[in-house]
Design a protein around this ligand. Structure first.
Ligand code: SAM
Ligand code: SF4
Length: 351
């Protein structure tokens, strides 16, 4: 069964809630096989679209220990999750994160897990790349919005591009495959996008463009930041040959191949288009809250479940109940005077 198949009615929505073997299927028949885990809400950067300048971070007591993160993520693996992505905040600033990566990698060795990966801003990749590769990580996503050092420092509020590019080089040397993530910003990096694409493709890396999503309060007006990727695509197509390709990760990105650069470009367009019908993923925050939709306020408190002493069957049941209630889709809108669609920041949810 592919992740998009609709389960037969008798297997739908918690028909056998205590089974450990049935895959996780939501109330709309979508099989959930992908978990993103935000291991920390903290970060060494403050990207203007992601965080407020003076963020208030969570008290440490609210954050799950690495053992608790391992327990919940492993419960998902036991329920058929095939792909785990560690994210944040910045996952590589969490103390002891390599210990978590090594623990989770046991599921790769048993074959239960297909892929263990992470999304990082790259600032600490030089330090971690070879350990990640040795642990069994094969590919990572690195977020870079511009190759202009001054603009990079402005968008990230103080980030050092040289350090990030050194991290990318270290990851390549360690044999990790890299995809670059770039948030498209109307008055930020719009003019930089072709250069970024040329650079990434020149080194054999795919690049995915992302529309800004209205998550959490930031200083900037989202309407000013927003750049429609339909527009970017039209502009790129005026001088490059873009060919749609059927590559699908079960995620929201749609891909084209660019004949002139020989590389792949993804578009994540939650505002211009909504691809929720094929969504196969859910997100766990570093406090153990499960969000089954990026753009909705739905939340299930798995920390309360494990801290109340639930056994593995109880945890599995709580996960099934949460996934069963996964909303049909998000409803992002950006407009003047409109607040964020959800109050939590992307750095809390885990982008
Ligand atoms: N710190 C890591 C990084 O930057 O890659 C991982 C966490 S970050 C929240 C994950 C991704 O979410 C990044 O690619 C970032 O650019 C993106 N992101 C953050 N806030 C966003 C927003 N409001 N809209 C769209 N993408 C956002
Ligand atoms: Fe940090 Fe990533 Fe958010 Fe930038 S996008 S502030 S690097 S969590």
């Amino acid at each position: 069964m592919t992740p998009y198949d609709i389960a037969p009615p008798q297997e739908r929505s918690g028909a056998r809630p205590d089974s450990h073997r049935e895959p996780l299927v939501d109330g709309f028949g979508r099989t959930v096989r992908y978990l993103r885990v935000s291991v920390t809400d903290r970060c060494d950067l403050r990207c203007v679209y992601c965080m407020a300048e003076h963020m208030v971070f969570l008290p440490k007591a609210e954050v799950l220990s690495l053992e608790e993160l391992d327990r919940i993520a492993s419960a998902f693996v036991a329920l058929g999750t095939r792909k785990l992505r560690l994210t944040g905040g910045e996952p590589l600033v969490r103390k002891g994160v390599m210990g978590l990566v090594r623990r989770l990698a046991r599921h790769l060795r048993t074959g239960a897990l297909e892929e263990l990966t992470l999304t990082t801003n790259g600032t600490r990749l030089s330090e971690f790349a070879s350990d990640l590769a040795a642990a069994g990580v094969r590919r990572i996503n690195v977020s870079i919005d511009t190759l202009n050092p001054e603009l990079f420092a402005k968008i990230t509020r103080g980030g050092n591009l040289v350090k990030v590019l050194a991290g990318v080089a270290a990851a390549r040397d360690a044999g990790l495959r890299i995809k670059i993530n770039t948030v498209a910003l109307a008055h930020g990096n719009a003019a930089e996008i072709p250069d970024l694409i040329r650079w990434a493709h020149g080194q054999g890396m795919d690049l995915t463009l992302i529309e800004t999503m209205p998550m959490g309060e930031v200083e900037a007006d989202r309407t000013d930041q927003f750049l429609s990727l339909d527009r970017v695509r039209r502009e790129l197509a005026s001088y490059w040959t873009l060919r749609d390709i059927p590559l699908s990760t079960g995620g929201p990105a749609r891909y084209v191949e660019i004949a002139e650069t020989g590389g792949r470009l993804g578009f994540i367009t939650p505002l211009s288009h909504n691809f929720c019908e094929a969504c196969n993923r859910v997100r766990l925050t570093c406090t153990g809250t499960l969000h089954t939709c990026l753009g909705r306020e739905d939340a299930s408190d798995l920390r309360a479940v494990i801290r109340s002493g639930a056994d593995d069957a109880g945890l599995a049941q709580a996960i099934r109940a949460a996934v069963d209630a996964k909303p049909k889709g998000h409803d992002f809108h950006i407009g003047r005077g409109l607040g964020p669609a959800v109050a939590r920041h992307m750095s809390t949810t885990g982008g």
